[in-house]
Design a protein around this ligand. Structure first.
Ligand SMILES: [Zn+2]
Length: 432
């Protein structure tokens, strides 16, 4: 038999309902009317955002698949046009073998001029969209199709709340973030152009646990080429044969670690080394041969260098060159840096000021504080190319897990709405 529902029970239920409504209202107490509407519209956009994520993850777009990258861009372009953006493709020359960049813009006079960044390409391919509870797996699910979707969910909510009117916002979705076209200066000139016409850059790379990114390290690659005298091994250390190329390479690398290895945010990693009587090394692959009774006349090593500011890079390069120039007896060495360096996003007071606006928006939404991510925990990104021109934030995209650039990448579908709400209110506060 079913017990009659007591009036007490009904009273208690109503009280709990009122309490939880009150909690939402309290969480949104710091929001104005428009912001509350923006938060509501964002939440209402969850199903659309999930559907869009599935659609774009299921279009394969590794950097080298130009048609795939264009198709993903076209999908986002249609969504952006539906909320009033004009869109066009910035073409790259055919010999660069890159898809180009999608640009979408609206014009206005209110508030700050914003540049919103995303990218269309992925490193890997082959993993289709698959939902498992609140997780969405698939190539690019977080890096960064999920981020683009968060950006769109935010813009749609702003549009629905009438908060895109008279705003100046440019969206740039690059087609080659994961493997930038060469020459790099040409591939990134369109982004620099847009940055010069903007006040603030917001980038939607994956969000990392309650943080935003105010600094990302830059990267350069280097090649060390070492020479020495060859001859019978018994003559090593002697006045005629000297130390040989392998000892000289070892000396240089050991000194890199000893003299530069404890500086904050500076790392240099020798990734591959070959040495012997014959040695060859291209970007990723090396061969070497030698005999135990012959002194090695050649050694080659390649590696990377990561730094938080251009000053740190300059100073590291100088110290590395000084180490190279010391030379063991009868050896020589040259250290060459790549042309295609990724510049750093250096933490600045401007970036910190933006973070505090985001932090305020997040708290007012009841989503908790947002702290700065340790710049050591994030690789280089597109925003580094323009962060000397204007303040910016990164890491505004969807929250994810698994390793990006590895199979098993997923995004938390339950992060789409909160992350989009945070960014939507941030954009509103910067542009009202
Ligand atoms: Zn990315």
């Amino acid at each position: 038999m079913e017990a009659p529902v007591s009036t007490n029970f009904i009273r208690r239920t109503i009280a709990i309902l009122l309490l939880s409504l009150g909690a939402t209202a309290a969480a949104h107490a710091g929001l104005d009317r428009t912001e509350r509407a923006i938060a509501r519209h964002t939440a209402a956009g969850q199903a659309d955002a999930e559907a869009l994520l599935q659609r774009v993850v299921d279009i394969e777009s590794p950097t080298e698949n130009l048609a795939g990258v264009r198709a993903v861009g076209d999908a986002f372009a249609a969504e952006l046009r539906a909320i009033g953006f004009r869109t066009h493709w910035v073409e790259m020359p055919p010999e660069m073998k890159r898809a180009g960049h999608l640009v979408a813009e609206i014009d206005g006079r209110k508030g700050k001029r914003l540049l919103l960044l995303g990218h269309l390409d992925t490193v890997l391919r082959g993993e289709p969209f698959r939902r498992d509870g609140t997780r969405a797996y698939g190539t690019g699910a977080t890096d960064m199709k999920g981020g683009n979707v968060v950006m769109l969910q935010a813009l749609k909510a702003l549009h629905a709340a009438g908060a895109l009117k008279d705003r100046r916002i440019v969206v740039m979705l690059t087609g080659d973030e994961e493997d930038a076209g060469m020459p790099l200066a040409m591939a990134r000139e369109p982004m620099l152009d847009l940055a010069r016409r903007s006040d603030i850059a917001l980038s939607f790379e994956a969000a990392i646990d309650g943080t935003a990114t105010i600094g990302r390290r830059g990267i350069n690659g280097w090649t060390l080429e070492v020479t020495g005298e060859t001859g019978h091994s018994s003559g090593i250390f002697g006045p005629e044969r000297g130390s040989g190329a392998v000892y000289e390479a070892a000396r240089i690398l050991a000194a890199f670690q000893a003299e530069l290895g404890s500086e904050r945010y500076l790392t240099l990693n020798p990734s591959v080394i070959v040495g012997g009587t014959k040695a060859e090394l291209d970007d990723y692959r090396g061969t070497a041969e030698g005999k135990t009774n012959v002194i090695a006349p050649v050694a080659i090593a390649r590696g990377d260098l990561r730094y938080i500011s251009l000053e740190q890079e300059r100073s590291a390069v100088e110290r590395m060159q000084a180490i190279v120039a010391r030379h063991l007896p009868r050896t020589g060495a040259t250290l060459r840096f790549d042309d295609g360096a990724y510049p750093p996003m250096t933490p600045t007071p401007g970036n910190e000021a933006l973070l505090s606006v985001l932090d305020g928006a997040s708290r007012d939404l009841g989503l908790g504080p947002v702290a700065a991510l340790d710049p050591g925990e994030r690789g280089a990104g597109d925003i580094g190319f323009i962060s000397h021109l204007l303040p910016g934030l990164d890491g505004l995209g969807s929250g994810g897990g698994g390793n990006s650039h590895a199979p098993g990448e997923f995004t938390g579908l339950d992060t789409l709405t909160p992350m989009a709400q945070r960014s939507a209110v941030l954009i509103y506060r910067l542009t009202r």
